[in-house]
Design a protein around this ligand. Structure first.
Ligand code: GDP
Ligand code: MN
Length: 398
């Protein structure tokens, strides 16, 4: 779960990281009012869940309240990488002497949390990593000890020649490490970490991503969730207790168990198809889960066929078959369905499905090939219909 800059800054501040004050406005008038209260130049910053707001015109300096109002007027409602700006952060402008980069990331290759710091801050760090990787200093943190003081100071010295600034940065890294750990983050980033002409080290931007699987123990952060920009179907699935990830293909998959779901997606690709999603309905045969899963898949216009793949271990196949029949009876989908059930009470299950005219198999290879074939048939039938439609319309719609 991503936090907005203003939310992340509140967290950083509560851990003792020096962050400029700031307030959020949803209207230009409010932004002007906040600027008037600060009584000095401010920066008006779009609050959306994407990076590179500065380059996109979503971060603007304003000398006085009237200009702050005008800047907010321009930024509110702006589209930044497909997201509409609904809030701006108004913050007193800092004078910048230098801009650095600092972050704790989850390094999957090193299998631990890793600090990344660079003197090349303020800009796109991906670009730095690609073009001048030698400008990035990395330090993996041993989870047994956490970030040790001498390591923090080493990172500080990687950014600043001035010892006082290096020490200030080391303090910030210690706090950033605690944010990462105690708030179950997968990313805690400051870009830019600036020095002011007076020599202070300050976090001008803040990015914090919380591990979704830890939200149960981060209720205060969970309450800050802003779904703007997230896949609606994924939100719907989460609410229904399903693990669902939307993909780009045409074969919708309903599978029980994450491992089987992965294997199913692999096999679809092996036979030349493309999965439309990852979906694990879990171990129960609850018809509601099947129903919700069906609704979510059918809401995706790219889905041309649904592949239903269930392994009955503790889950009984006949229960699942009954759930499936009930679900299909309610939804009456117009996309074709290929079904595979195997395991406990498989025979009974196949019989239940056969009785209502739903062909099913117990072979995984067979069902995957069948689903791909059904999707292809439907796509080409749709293509033929579109051509026929254009011909009937005399081609005037072209
Ligand atoms: P991002 O583009 O989404 O990462 O947004 P940032 O918060 O990092 O802002 C982009 C750039 O705007 C920064 O790298 C700074 O150069 C500039 N900026 C942001 N806040 C201030 C400020 O308070 N004073 C000044 N002078 N520049 C700022
Ligand atoms: Mn930034």
């Amino acid at each position: 779960m991503k936090l907005h800059e203003y939310q992340a800054k509140d967290v950083f501040r509560s851990f003792g990281i020096p962050v400029p004050p700031g307030r959020v406005a949803t209207t230009a008038g409010e932004a002007g009012e906040i600027a008037r209260e600060y009584g000095r130049p401010v920066v008006v910053k779009a609050q959306v869940h994407v990076g590179g707001r500065g380059k996109a015109g979503g971060v603007k300096l304003a000398q006085d309240p009237a200009e702050a109002r005008a800047r907010a007027q321009a930024i509110l409602g702006m589209d930044i990488k497909g997201l509409t700006v609904r809030r701006v952060l108004v913050t007193p402008a800092e004078e910048i002497a230098s801009e650095a980069y600092a972050a704790v990331i989850l390094d999957r290759a090193a299998r631990c949390a890793t600090f990344m710091v660079s003197r090349a801050g303020g800009v796109d760090i991906e670009q730095v990593a690609a073009e001048t990787p030698e400008l990035i200093v990395r330090l993996s943190v041993d989870p047994r000890y956490g970030l040790l003081e001498h390591q923090a100071l080493g990172l500080g010295l990687a950014l600043y020649d001035d010892l006082r600034q290096a020490r200030a940065a080391a303090g910030i890294f210690g706090a950033l490490w605690r944010v990462f750990l105690e708030r179950d983050a997968s990313l805690a980033e400051i870009n830019p970490l600036v020095t002011t002409p007076a020599g202070d080290v300050v976090a001008l931007d803040a990015k914090l991503v919380i591990d979704d699987n830890a939200l149960f123990r981060q209720r205060e952060l969970e309450a800050l969730h802003d779904p703007e920009g997230e896949e609606p179907a994924e939100l719907q699935a989460r609410a229904a207790g399903l693990s669902y990830v939307k993909l780009e293909g045409s074969i919708g998959c309903i599978v029980n168990g994450a491992g089987l779901a992965m294997a199913t997606m692999d096999l679809i690709q092996y036979y030349g198809g493309d999965p439309a999603n990852f979906l694990d309905i879990g171990g129960s045969s609850n018809p509601d889960k099947v129903l919700n899963a069906m609704r979510i898949l059918l809401g995706d216009p790219h889905v041309e066929a649904v592949l239903f793949n269930i392994f009955g271990g503790i889950t009984r196949c006949d229960d699942v078959a009954n759930g499936l029949v009930a679900a299909l009876d309610q939804i009456k989908p117009d996309v074709p369905i290929a079904i595979r059930l195997t395991g406990t009470n498989e025979e009974e299950a196949l019989e239940i499905l056969r009785a209502v005219g739903l062909p099913a198999t117990s072979s995984m290879d067979e069902v995957v090939q069948r689903a791909i074939e059904l999707a292809r048939e439907r796509t080409s039938a749709a293509g033929r219909q579109a051509v026929a439609g254009r011909q009937a319309g005399g081609g005037s719609s072209r």
